[in-house]
Design a protein around this ligand. Sequence first.
Ligand code: PRP
Ligand code: URA
Length: 238
Amino acid sequence: MDVEFGVGPCDSGLCHRRESLGNCPSRGKLSAVVHLVEHPLVQDILLELRDVRTPPERFRQLAGRISVLLAAEALRDLPTVVETVETPLGPARGRRCSADVVVAPVLRAGLGMLPGVMELVPAARVGHLGLQRDERTAVASQYYAKLPPGLEDSYVLMIDPMLATGGSAVAALDVLSRAGARHIRLVCIVAAPEGVALVEEAYPEVPIYTPVIDERLNDHKFIVPGLGDFGDRLYGTT
Ligand code: PRP
Ligand code: URA
């Protein structure tokens, strides 16, 4: 499935906001916005993650580091309240984050992004979503879900490093929306055009934050060039 992208400016300056004009025939509606995070530090980490020589220990460290940068970008519009504190020299007005943030890692690979995100938002609540792709068919099935209550007004950051066919992401978004989540954004590390198109079709209101959209999927539904099996590289299970 071919997807074309029209590049538009992004408020942040750190990423390009791209409105997908994918040619999937079932889509005629306005699609979700893809934020392509092109920060040089993000791209530098991505290259090392892709490198087949990167061992699991280093892979985990890099996964944590890139997740901090991506999550900061995805939470750029968090609401704040104005507050005043006393410095040693007098009062200073500032802004404090007021939103309830919920981080939803898609197991197992999403767990590799969790420590980085939690470092950034230590007060966040965490909802785990267990999804597994069948190795032969690449169809995702759910084996676990444990979400915090009261998601209606929370800012939900769904984290899954690989957006390949999009089947896992859409299944995870189904669980989150059934649980009442309304403000969801998806953060991944490598996306394929097919996955972006599927998420946009099912959830056009969910923005996707990714450093890259790779070329294609191979016959086994792995992203090419991608970085291989993220979970296996993270945990040394290859
Ligand atoms: C990987 C990845 C995504 C999914 C993406 O998980 O973490 O969840 O594949 O593929 P999709 O877009 O085609 O659904 P996997 O099912 O391999 O499980 P794991 O994280 O436990 O290794
Ligand atoms: N899951 C991965 O870990 N990598 C891919 O390329 C596709 C799905």
